[in-house]
Ligand binder design. Structure first.
Ligand code: AMP
Length: 190
């Protein structure tokens, strides 16, 4: 059984998604991306997708209760038993506390929380590049992307202190090539 039950934290544009893919491939973890789950729900026009779409298009967070219900089901699935990586969840302190309860019910605990750190100037540069290139995501225009960054600062960043207090936080410098950052993440997990 893998010992890795990770959260990957980082601002939008920090390169979290890229590092997540590398880690799940390397360690055979279940990759749980709430953003991917929500985008699939929007595409399928399911009830969840219909409830989430307007928030996502504005760069706002979907209500905690929807996300927590979704995660309660997802974490109970079999593939999570051999380790998982949470990408984009939790996004608020309330979600973080709810996650503690969900894990307790399953009798497991987190092994690491990895924060990919990138300063604001670099994040804004990346956001602008991504918007100009047109990533195909409907939430990737510059104003929406800046709002996502602001939402991160206000609602998600408090989780950094929350996990530092629990002794779980590992901070990694997110500036550099994909390989360099991945190497640092590997060191943080070893
Ligand atoms: P992401 O791909 O993780 O950046 O997520 C895209 C969008 O989905 C976000 O801007 C939010 O609108 C929504 N979303 C994803 N994960 C969460 C979450 N844990 N809590 C609330 N909203 C979320």
């Amino acid at each position: 059984m893998s010992e890795l039950r990770l959260i990957l934290l980082g601002a939008p544009g920090a390169g979290k998604g890229t590092q997540a893919k590398i880690l799940v491939d390397e360690h055979g973890l279940a990759h749980i991306s709430t953003g991917d789950i929500l985008r699939a729900a929007v595409k399928a026009e399911s009830d969840l997708g219909k409830m989430a779409k307007d928030y996502m298009d504005k760069g706002e967070l979907v209500p905690d209760s929807l996300i927590i219900d979704l995660m309660r089901e997802r974490l109970a699935e079999d593939d999570c038993k051999s380790g998982f990586l949470l990408d984009g969840f939790p996004r608020t302190l309330e979600q973080g506390k709810a996650l503690d309860g969900l894990l307790e019910e399953l009798n497991i605990s987190l092994s690491h929380v990895v924060l990919v750190k990138v300063d604001d100037d670099e994040l804004l540069k990346r956001i602008e590049n991504r918007a100009a290139e047109g990533s195909g995501r409907s939430d990737d225009n510059i104003e929406v992307a800046k709002n996502r960054l602001e939402v991160y600062r206000q609602q998600t960043e408090p989780l950094v202190a929350y996990y530092a207090d629990k002794g779980l936080l590992k901070s990694v410098d997110g500036i550099g090539s994909v390989e360099e950052v991945s190497e640092r993440v590997g060191v943080a997990l070893s």
